[in-house]
Design a protein around this ligand. Structure first.
Ligand SMILES: [Zn+2]
Length: 157
């Protein structure tokens, strides 16, 4: 019983974060794909950001240059957290990425290789994203297949 309750509260929390990320994605100025991300820690810190159409450069992560004209939502979240002085090695950090289409369906939102590299480099433990309308969770420090959580084809109609 306790396990079921825990699972339900995890699901509720994830659902809440999906909404936060969707709200964030709406603010994006990138017409082709609006993306929102939420980054959180086991100690309760929560930081969100969206993608935007100008680059961010950080000398600690020179590979971000490869993105050229944009800053991805995940990178924006991480850089924002670092600027606020958070250390991803303290506590467990997770990030969720969503990209809604105009019709309310969800694009596949697995972070691109550059963002994945950044996520692994800073030590974020888990990545949540949509794949074929299914929310999946991927452990970044292990070579295990992504676990499907639940289906959410459409967020509004
Ligand atoms: Zn990316």
């Amino acid at each position: 019983m306790r396990e079921i309750k825990e699972e339900m509260s995890i699901r509720k929390e994830i659902q809440r974060r999906i909404w936060i990320a969707l709200e964030e994605a709406r603010k994006s100025d990138v017409a082709t794909a609006k993306v929102g991300a939420v980054l959180w820690s086991s100690s309760g810190v929560e930081i969100c950001a969206h993608n935007f159409s100008f680059p961010s450069y950080d000398p600690r992560f020179p590979f971000l240059k490869e993105l050229e004209y944009t800053t991805h939502a995940e990178a924006s979240c991480i850089l924002r957290a670092l600027a606020r002085g958070y250390d991803f090695r303290i506590g467990e950090w997770e990030i969720l990425v969503v990209s809604p289409r105009k019709d309310g369906s969800l694009r596949d939102s697995r972070p691109c290789p550059i963002c994945m590299r950044l996520i692994r480099a800073v030590g974020i433990k888990r990545v949540w994203y949509f794949q074929d309308g299914i929310l999946v969770m991927e452990e970044t420090q292990r070579k295990s297949p992504p676990s499907p959580l639940f289906r959410q084809k459409r967020i509004w109609t």
